[in-house]
Design a protein around this ligand. Structure first.
Ligand code: DAH
Length: 344
């Protein structure tokens, strides 16, 4: 035992790392090592001898273990200190970027318009996208079989829901607000939202955004309509914008107009965007048809109103130079990221 202890002491003195120490430990303390061999000798001894030998062997084993444990502890501390020295954390390194979402260009336009109309005393009304034929057409003076329905062919629901369709225009908001208004008094609302039609090309998507406006009061005239829409166009597109009203036809207004603005790309000189006319059509509008008023519970002898409807996609396309409407509904991050702003 003494010989073995000296041998271990000698070898352990030269050990400077944990790996070698472990190898040495295995060499001496494993089941096939010399210390096990010493234990095996017990079986050849008498009871008396066993007692003495056993005590010595235990003391010897404890000493050997202590030798290994002490050095192990020392080496571990050394190794940790080395690690701490070499692995300094550089707190000046940039942190990981947190990816932030951004507002969709359509949301930006919608919010901008809502703010504008709220500042003029309007309320924002949010109607459902699934509608009845009555609200989408009949009460807007488009009875079953009316030819103007063709331009707004939409998606109809099936089976037990076949009375419903996806609204093709936000004009449904007019019907809903007039009918819900118990006192049948004045109304001033805008109704932005998604609408659906059976269209699909670079400038027409099966889903797009509109905003409807409705003002009902006594003594409302075409002059109010004109002033309101001029203000709206100039605020949104710039004070230099000229606004032009052309006679038109919509079943729910009489008289009806279409509203053009000077082309925001060429300023009215004529370019490819405005097809060399200098004008771009942005709104449909008119005085609410007496039939619509009375179908929605308003007395046309007492009240008049004006209404307008505009496509928000068009404004977003013009404002941000978007050439294909379908990119706005494609959810491609490369497109959407272009609209992120620091202040979102
Ligand atoms: N609803 C019409 C459309 O989708 C737009 C419109 C035209 C709305 C004239 C109006 C209006 O309120 O008076 O094409």
């Amino acid at each position: 035992m003494e010989k073995l202890l000296n041998e271990i002491k000698e070898k352990i003195e030269n050990v400077t790392d944990l790996k070698t120490l472990n190898e040495l430990k295995v060499e001496y303390l494993s089941k096939k090592g010399p210390i096990t061999e010493l234990s095996l000798k017990m079986k050849d001894l008498s009871i008396e001898e066993k007692k003495e030998y056993g005590m010595k062997l235990n003391a010897f084993k404890t000493e050997v273990n202590n030798l290994f444990d002490t050095l192990k502890e020392k080496l571990e501390i050394e190794e940790l200190n080395k690690k701490l020295e070499s692995e300094k954390i550089d707190i000046t390194l940039p942190s990981k970027r947190i990816r932030k979402g951004s507002k969709h260009p359509m949301t930006r336009i919608k919010e901008e318009l809502e703010d504008l109309f709220v500042s003029m005393g309007y309320e924002v009304y949010d109607g459902p996208e699934i509608e009845t034929d009555e609200n989408c057409f009949q009460k807007l003076n488009l009875p079953l079989g009316h030819p103007a329905r063709d331009a707004q062919d939409t998606f109809y629901l099936e089976n037990e829901y076949e009375a419903f369709l996806l609204r093709s225009q936000t004009s449904t908001g007019q019907v809903r607000v007039m009918e819900a208004n118990q006192d049948k008094g004045p109304i001033r609302i805008v109704c932005p939202g998604k609408v659906y039609r059976r269209d699909d090309d670079a400038t027409h998507s099966h889903q797009f955004m509109q905003m409807e406006g409705l003002v009902i009061d006594e003594n409302v005239s075409m002059a109010d309509l004109k002033g309101t829409l001029e203000t709206f166009c100039k605020k949104l597109l710039g004070e230099k914008t000229n606004v032009r009203f052309r006679p038109s036809y919509f079943p729910f207004t009489e008289p009806s107009v279409e509203v053009d603005v000077t082309c925001f790309k060429c300023g009215g000189k004529g370019c490819s965007l405005c097809k060399q006319t200098g004008w771009i059509e942005v709104l449909g509008a008119g005085m609410v048809h007496p039939n619509v008023l009375s179908m929605c519970g308003y007395d046309p002898e007492k009240y008049q109103g004006f209404a307008f409807g505009t496509g928000l996609d068009r404004f977003a396309m013009f404002k941000y130079g978007i050439t294909d409407i379908r990119t706005m509904y494609g959810n491609d991050e490369r497109f959407l990221n272009q609209f992120s702003r620091k202040d979102d």
